[in-house]
Design a protein around this ligand. Structure first.
Ligand code: NAD
Ligand code: DAU
Length: 354
């Protein structure tokens, strides 16, 4: 069995669905169900005996240790985190608690569990830590993409907390010999993406006739990867990754935010035209920039391609078309997650604009 943490969130739920869809080992899914965790994402697994969902905190050592021992876990994939940069600016404490203390606790529980294993079980055990390109900081337009050796220069409370967790993972390798792997991935998009993040927020607001908020001048650049490609990369690293190595994952799709929003508007104009016949682009609104906003991220993912043979299956165009289609076909999902608590967040973040 494998233990997936944060498997009710955006990437974690996609990972669990893909993993079990591919007929791989049973999964114990440990998730605290914060505002970002949603069991509706896993509804199709309700009767699947290979999926055991446990509501709980990765910082709870008793719970984590008992799950490891009870289910004889052979690998841990750690997605659980506070993941939204804007929320980390308003309130960093939860980011420190889950991303730093939670990862620390997972590592400690795994160290004790792995230490007591023997033979093949010990040899096969893996701890895969899912991290982000944001730990590397921000690039100027003409700088080469981040390689695995780029120095860590996190700029937000979110990225600093993820950087801290990466360093803990590294230290548990060097000090205790723990069989760890770390992946650093660029911006994901696709089904079940919580509508506080740019792409689902823009789709949701467009369909609701609300403003499409662009921070600053909209010229910040992100490298977008369709979520199922991130999931396939993680499976690949888990299977073939060299112990102790870190792997960059990216889509080679550098886009300015404004261009991403234009793409969404074009797709919606074609698939669900506005009643007044005008473009959704009319709803674009420039709003106050994010404090400390990183200008550009770009990933050099040549190591994982060269050494493990992974490359993304989707282009930006195919991934965006599928994403917009998914949101149009699943408007009820978005309705259900944009609850009272969501509306409070939007009010606070966009001061009445959205
Ligand atoms: P998300 O916010 O959608 O989901 C996070 C999940 O973790 C939620 O289900 C939440 O309930 C759970 N969780 C939070 N705190 C927990 C705790 N203390 N114990 C157990 N569960 C807890 O995040 P996501 O976008 O799916 O990101 C998943 C991971 O991938 C994160 O570690 C993030 O840093 C990393 N990552 C995300 C992206 C991206 O573009 N979204 C890119 C690279 C890396
Ligand atoms: O790069 C990987 C990271 O990508 C992950 O580690 C994070 O967990 C994930 O949230 C994401 O972080 P970003 O800050 O890049 O994603 P977000 O969708 O919040 O913003 C994308 C870009 O769009 C960013 O430059 C900010 C901008 N933006 C965002 C929102 C929500 C806007 O212009 N307007 C908005 O309303």
């Amino acid at each position: 069995m494998i233990l997936v943490t944060g498997g009710a969130g955006f990437i974690g739920s996609n990972f669990v669905l893909d993993w079990l869809g591919g007929g791989l080992e049973p999964v114990v899914n440990l998730d605290k169900l914060t505002y970002a965790g949603n069991l509706e994402n896993l509804q199709s697994l309700a009767k699947n005996k290979n999926h055991i969902f446990v509501r709980g905190d990765i910082a709870d050592s008793e719970l984590v240790s008992s799950l490891l021992n009870q289910h004889k876990i052979r690998a841990v994939v750690n997605f659980a985190a506070e993941s939204h940069v804007d929320r980390s600016i308003h309130g960093p404490i939860d980011f420190i608690q889950t991303n730093v203390m939670g990862t620390f606790n997972l590592l400690e529980c795994c160290r004790k569990y792995w230490g007591a294993l023997s033979g093949l079980d010990k040899e096969r055990f893996r701890f895969l830590h899912v991290s982000t390109d944001e730990v590397f900081g921000s690039l100027a337009r003409d700088e080469p993409a981040f390689t695995e050796n780029h120095r860590y220069e996190p700029n937000s409370p979110y990225s600093a907390s993820k950087a801290a967790s990466d360093h803990l993972v590294r230290a548990w390798l060097h000090t205790y010999g723990m069989p760890v792997l770390t992946t650093n991935c660029s911006n994901n998009y696709g089904p079940y993406h919580f509508p506080e993040k740019l792409i689902p927020l823009v789709i949701h607001n467009a369909l609701k006739g609300k403003p499409l908020p662009i921070y600053g001048d909209g010229q910040q650049i992100r490298d977008w990867l369709y979520v199922s490609d991130h999931c396939s990369a993680i499976r690949c690293v888990l299977e073939k990754g060299v112990l102790g190595e870190t792997y960059n994952i990216g889509g080679c799709n550098e886009k300015a935010n404004l261009d991403v929003v234009h793409t969404i508007c074009d797709l919606l104009d074609a698939q669900k035209p506005r009643a007044d016949g005008r473009s959704y682009k009319d709803q674009i609104t420039f709003v106050t920039d994010r404090p400390g906003h990183d200008k550009r991220y770009a990933m050099d993912a040549s190591k994982i391609e060269r050494e493990l043979g992974w490359r993304p299956a989707q282009t930006f165009e195919s991934g965006m078309a599928q994403t917009v289609q998914w949101y149009l076909a699943n408007e009820q999902w978005t309705e259900n997650v944009t609850s009272g608590a969501y509306r409070e967040w939007v009010e606070k973040q966009y001061v009445g604009a959205a």
